[in-house]
Design a binder for this molecule. Structure first.
Ligand SMILES: C[S@@+](CC[C@H](N)C(=O)[O-])C[C@H]1O[C@@H](n2cnc3c(N)ncnc32)[C@H](O)[C@@H]1O
Length: 209
């Protein structure tokens, strides 16, 4: 993905009431951040935020945390949130590689939406469903690891199915055309772009028993 440097992006996100500064300080205690015991769902690579914002608005009984490693992208989500008051939503500016430093057995579900596909074999470890990342996620889940993925990219989707299955996940629900399924779905920015071009959206829901 090509990124444009945006002036003051870091400052803008750090001043947002939605951003959790120094997330390591809350390790194992994120229920205190939200002030309730509701399940916490985490989106890795939240981009400009449409998915997580809509989920949080429509599911006040769930707490949502959006993670994004590029401040210029996350700033767009922060700008959308300026006028909104969503108590069950927080954002963290960080790389998913460092998840173990921040969460300890407190996440219910991880969403991976339109993650970078890293098609070359030599970059396979960087895919967010590689065994490398799945082992990082292990320590953040409160109960059975639960991952929901959406992607336009059939190569990434196939690789995810293999990787998740080899790692002990069972695929409970799977579709090669999400928009023709009777499933609640809030679209991401990438999803809107791809489906407007006629591309089908792949979807899976996997649990490690
Ligand atoms: C292709 S974009 C998709 C954005 C959004 N999920 C959507 O569907 O519109 C992938 C996003 O994941 C972020 N990302 C990739 N690897 C990441 C990582 N290791 N940790 C956090 N964010 C990551 C990228 O910065 C980028 O914003």
């Amino acid at each position: 993905m090509r990124l444009r440097r945006v002036k003051n992006a870091l400052e803008t996100i750090e001043n947002s009431k939605y951003i959790i500064l120094n997330p390591e300080d809350h390790k194992g205690e994120f229920i205190k951040v939200f002030g309730n015991n509701n399940p916490i769902h985490l989106e890795i690579g939240m981009g400009k935020g449409d998915f997580i914002i809509q989920n949080a608005i429509n599911h006040p009984e769930i707490n949502y945390i959006g993670l994004e490693k590029y401040e210029s992208v996350q700033m767009r989500a922060v700008q959308k949130l300026n006028e909104l008051d969503i108590p069950n939503l927080r954002l963290i500016h960080m790389d998913a590689e460092n998840l173990k430093d921040v969460f300890d057995k407190e996440i219910d579900t991880i969403y991976l939406n339109f993650s970078d596909p890293w098609p070359k074999n030599r970059h396979a470890k960087r895919r967010l469903t590689s065994s490398y990342f799945l082992s990082i996620y292990d320590s953040v889940f409160s109960g059975k690891p639960h991952i929901i993925q959406k992607t336009d990219n059939i190569g990434l989707f196939a690789s995810s199915i293999v990787s998740l299955s080899e790692y002990g996940y069972t695929i409970h629900n799977c579709s090669l055309d999400l928009h023709n399924e009777d499933l609640e779905n809030y679209q991401t920015e990438y999803e809107k772009k791809f489906s407007e071009k006629g591309q089908k959206i792949n979807y899976l829901d996997a649990v490690k028993e």
